[in-house]
Design a protein around this ligand. Structure first.
Ligand SMILES: Nc1ccn([C@@H]2O[C@H](COP(=O)(O)OP(=O)(O)OP(=O)(O)O)[C@@H](O)[C@H]2O)c(=O)n1
Ligand SMILES: C[C@](O)(CO)[C@H](O)COP(=O)(O)O
Length: 230
């Protein structure tokens, strides 16, 4: 089952406080973005990788992809102000009937999860990886708790998020015309009144967001080298 993947990597990485885009942080021998792209380079189901980069970093990304022989990277396109703007630019270059969208900052997604996600999206239209929430979540206003939602109904969305191409293109068109802003891609499809399916992911599929995540990433890499399962 074939798919294209859009990898938005055009953020600033401001919460990482590295002083430069976190995509270039080295984890063992390779920069973060190379770890992420390599997952798809090595997946026979993946046809094309469309990488979205900061305008000023397109050349640097291109040099990295050549250096690490990431042959499936067919386009490196300049991104936009927010993640949603960057994904929209990437979507213009997608060709396959199934399109995945995956954060450049999530290098540890498992191939088995990707395949289950692709199968579900091909069958049902759209699917996202997610994990059940472990903490109790509070809604807060002006420093006071206003609600404690029932935890069994709460899941934390991850990426990849997978869609039939026509569906996600239409969802992005509608969001653009209605100026709707979502923090993930599925929320744009939900806005169209379509059902999005959940595929249970893994706690290892972290998004490297703050400095502590770098330590966690090193721990995951070490564990994987030893061949340990989570
Ligand atoms: N304008 C943007 C903003 C984000 N992203 C990408 O979307 C993914 C998830 O976003 P996040 O982890 O929030 O990254 P940043 O926006 O870089 O981080 P921060 O919010 O801390 O600046 C990242 O791979 C990031 O590069 C993007 O392509 N274009
Ligand atoms: C898409 C996402 O990774 C799902 O968890 C997340 O919402 C992206 O976060 P961002 O801070 O909006 O980039």
């Amino acid at each position: 089952m074939k798919y294209d993947v859009i990898i938005p990597a055009a953020g600033q990485g401001s919460r990482m406080k590295a002083g430069y885009n976190k995509q270039f942080i080295k984890l063992d021998d390779r920069p973060l973005i190379v770890h992420t792209v390599a997952v798809f380079e090595e997946d026979p189901w993946c046809e094309r990788v469309i990488l979205v980069a900061n305008e000023k970093e397109c050349d640097a990304m291109s040099a990295l992809m050549k250096e690490w022989q990431m042959m499936k990277v067919r386009a490196i396109v300049p991104g936009g102000k927010e993640r949603q703007d960057s994904v929209l630019e990437g979507l213009k270059r997608a060709e396959a009937a199934i399109v995945l969208i995956h954060d450049g900052a999530r290098p540890f997604v498992a191939k088995e999860s990707i395949h289950e996600l692709v199968r579900t999206a091909a069958d049902k239209g759209s699917a996202v990886l997610a994990v059940p929430v472990k903490d109790t979540i509070k809604e807060v206003n002006n420093g006071f708790i206003t609600n404690t939602p029932e935890r069994t109904a709460l899941w934390a969305a991850q990426t990849p998020q997978a869609f039939q191409k026509d569906l996600i293109v239409k969802a992005y068109e509608k969001a653009t015309s209605e100026q709707f802003r979502g923090t993930d891609d599925a929320s744009l499809v939900e806005k169209c009144g379509k059902k999005v399916h959940i595929v249970e992911g893994s706690d290892e599929n972290i998004k490297l967001t703050t400095p502590l995540d770098i330590d966690i990433a090193h721990m995951i890499l070490k564990k994987r080298k030893k061949g340990e399962k989570s």
